[in-house]
Design a protein around this ligand. Structure first.
Ligand code: SAM
Length: 324
């Protein structure tokens, strides 16, 4: 069923895809008074969210009810049997990741910092739920079947032999380096190594126990947002917004049980809307090579020192986190 849906998604024309997605948002109660998804060469990524009218600073652009969000909590309610299977599949973790983390920190000449292990758990869980939603034609399947990611890491993961193919890994590193020549290849290699190791762990832990897909895991990672330290979500419509280090909208938590995307400045009609997935400045406001490496490895988005000219994060929305 999943394969059929994905085939269906790739065979429909881009504009039809956008119309289907925009109509689906309205059907499930996502209100977009000032925005819609468009596939267009005017988007930085070929597809993104655009304003459909002039927007004023502070204006609500999109409102997403909590129940529409793909979170572990909502998913456990919709798919309780899978929630039980997932909790028994988590099992005991091994420690190889901390070894890779030490390599990363050695490259950065930083002391070892342990990263929270909850990241891999939410990624695995949300991947399993997304696959189940596709299989059961849950209302989310219309949305999930439109997820896509196209960058060297995704292409590498989609080559089923990547585990035994150092050459393919080298090609991915070289492609990333071409996209972001200011980032040294050794850092890109270390970041990709960590990502691939996560995938290996994911497969070893969950395969044959719950629905798994390395490809979807990799794609999903690039669409999620951290709502709090241990809660990640993929929010329909929010996940269609592309990244800029000069964002014009921000995510806010509202008291009416919705997530809201709010204009951070006056935005003319037909302008691409942007969020900041991850800041790439250090404490002094300079381009930070490590942060830039993760922006590249996690989302496939390049950055360079000269691109940053304005303030990145807007104080009222600083509670909005990106996962990495
Ligand atoms: C959350 S999705 C955004 C929606 C996506 N464009 C789509 O059509 O589904 C994140 C992905 O969009 C692409 N993307 C977002 N911002 C970008 C940018 N500034 N430049 C290039 N690609 C970008 C990257 O492939 C990234 O992994």
């Amino acid at each position: 069923m999943k394969a059929n849906l994905l085939l269906f998604a790739s065979s429909i024309r881009s504009n039809d895809k956008d119309a289907i997605f925009n109509a689906w948002c309205s059907d499930v109660g996502i209100s977009c008074p000032g925005a819609e998804v468009r596939s267009t060469s005017e988007s930085v990524a070929g597809r993104g969210v655009f304003s459909t009218k002039d927007l004023l600073i502070g204006e609500e652009v999109i409102s997403i009810p909590h129940y529409a969000a793909l979170t572990q909590y909502n998913c456990a309610l919709y798919f309780p049997a899978l929630a039980r299977e997932l909790s028994s599949a988590h099992g005991k973790r091994n420690t190889k990741r901390s070894y890779l983390k030490r390599i990363w920190n050695r490259i950065r000449r930083m002391p070892t910092l342990e990263k929270s292990t909850s990241d891999e758990i939410w990624q695995a869980e949300l991947t399993a739920y997304a696959l189940k939603a596709l299989e059961q034609e849950h209302p989310w399947s219309t949305w999930i079947s439109q997820w896509k990611r196209d960058d060297p890491l995704q292409r590498l993961v989609d080559v089923s032999t990547w585990r035994n193919d150092d050459e393919a890994i080298g090609v991915a590193v070289a492609e990333f380096h071409k996209m972001a020549p200011d980032i040294p290849e050794c850092k890109i290699g270390a970041a990709i190594g960590i990502r691939l190791h996560e995938l290996e762990e994911y497969s070893a832990r969950y395969k044959d126990k719950v629905p798994t897909s390395e490809s979807l895991y990799c794609t999903l990672m690039s669409r999620a947002v951290g709502l709090s330290e241990n809660v990640a979500a993929i929010l329909p419509m929010h996940d269609m917004v592309n990244h800029s280090s000069n964002p014009n909208i921000g995510l806010a938590f509202a008291e009416d049980e919705t997530f809201k995307l709010i204009a951070l400045e006056n935005i003319p009609e037909n302008t691409e809307l942007f969020l900041s997935y991850k800041g790439v400045r250090d404490d002094e406001g300079k381009w930070d090579e490590d942060k830039a490496t993760w922006l590249l490895a996690h989302w496939g988005i390049p950055s360079a020192p000269l691109e940053i000219s304005r303030v990145e994060e807007h104080a009222p929305y600083e509670h909005v986190m990106s996962l990495c």
